[in-house]
Unconditional design. Structure first.
Length: 331
């Protein structure tokens, strides 16, 4: 039998040993166990790299799935109902923060909860969409990263189309009227008109309507195309760029992903970078910051992406000066 003094010595030794071997991950300096929900606008088959960028940003800040973080991922598949279903699923899990992409997604998230902090990604005009009261002080439970608003960026994007295809005189504007981006349509029509291009608004509301939208463009003698980005068009970008090529229509896009899928040219902020940076917003909120007081971040990195293979198929010679400005040239 161990006497009292020996017993106390043994307990003291075991206690010291436990303190010594406690992993650093459980120290006060490390993030506590948290639950984050990410709802991506598209489908995993096409947009997995956005999820990868977000997870990389989280890991850089010390959030490791399976150790101190649970990340619930949902995919809206480019549909309003997809967002609503995904939001209902994740809200039932009581996440600490919801991260959601696109204007459509952010609008649905605001309707779904006024208490859970929401970080949005890729919203062109958060104030115009009624998501926040101001860029410096958003108010409410939403904050995040904008995709640049105003006629300036849209005008620059249309200019890139005119530069690479100077013969464009009638530009179709492929636009989803259900996606909460009315202002984007107005800006695109205005930009085309300023450049003396006839704007032809062609609505599309679902995947089944994409082919008929191109039929409408041909009937209206469109010889150029501007694709207004929303979850529907982004999720179906491969079909859109293939139809543009098949109908010999030079097109400009608001996401580099369209050009990487075979489109002609894009001028846009890097959304992949915004997904990575959204982790910083999550981290601020998890450390106690109020989303109502976290300023909206405007994009600082823009990319001009050109697909030379697509240009050759369209019989287009890309100006050398334009190639020199490009951030990425796909051979």
């Amino acid at each position: 039998m161990i006497d009292r003094r020996a017993f106390i010595t043994l307990i003291t030794f075991i206690g010291a040993l436990c303190v010594t071997v406690v992993p650093r991950a459980w120290s006060q300096d490390a993030p506590k166990s948290v639950r984050v929900a990410l709802i991506e606008a598209g489908a995993p088959s096409a947009n997995q790299h956005f999820l990868n960028a977000f997870m990389a940003g989280m890991r850089e800040l010390g959030y490791v799935p399976g150790k101190n973080t649970i990340v619930d991922v949902r995919w809206a598949e480019g549909q309003v109902e997809g967002f609503r279903r995904s939001l209902a699923d994740v809200i039932a899990l009581h996440p600490d923060v919801i991260v959601i992409s696109s204007t459509l997604g952010a609008v649905e998230a605001k309707k779904a909860t006024s208490t859970i902090p929401i970080v949005f990604i890729g919203v062109p005009d958060p104030v115009g969409a009624g998501l926040v009261s101001g860029l410096a002080r958003p108010g409410g439970n939403l904050t995040g990263l904008a995709r640049a608003a105003g006629d300036g960026l849209v005008g620059k994007t249309v200019q890139e189309l005119k530069e690479i295809a100077p013969g464009v005189t009638r530009m179709a504007i492929l636009w989803n009227p259900t996606a909460s981006i009315e202002e984007r349509r107005v800006q695109t029509v205005s930009a085309a008109t300023r450049l003396r291009i006839v704007p032809l608004v062609v609505p599309v509301q679902d995947h089944e309507g994409i082919a008929s939208a191109f039929t409408s463009m041909i009937k209206q003698h469109a010889n150029g195309l501007f694709v207004v980005t929303d979850p529907l068009t982004l999720a179906n970008r491969t079909e859109i760029v293939n139809l543009a090529a098949a109908n010999h229509i030079p097109a400009v896009y608001e996401f580099g992903e369209f050009v990487r899928a075979g489109g002609l040219v894009a001028y846009a902020p890097s959304i992949t970078e915004q997904f990575r940076r959204s982790a910083l917003y999550v981290d601020k909120i998890l450390h106690g910051a109020n989303p109502a007081e976290i300023p909206i971040e405007q994009p600082t990195k823009f990319e001009l992406v050109i697909n030379l293979r697509s240009a050759k198929a369209l019989g287009i010679t890309v100006p050398q000066e334009m190639l020199l400005r490009a951030d990425e040239v796909i051979q």
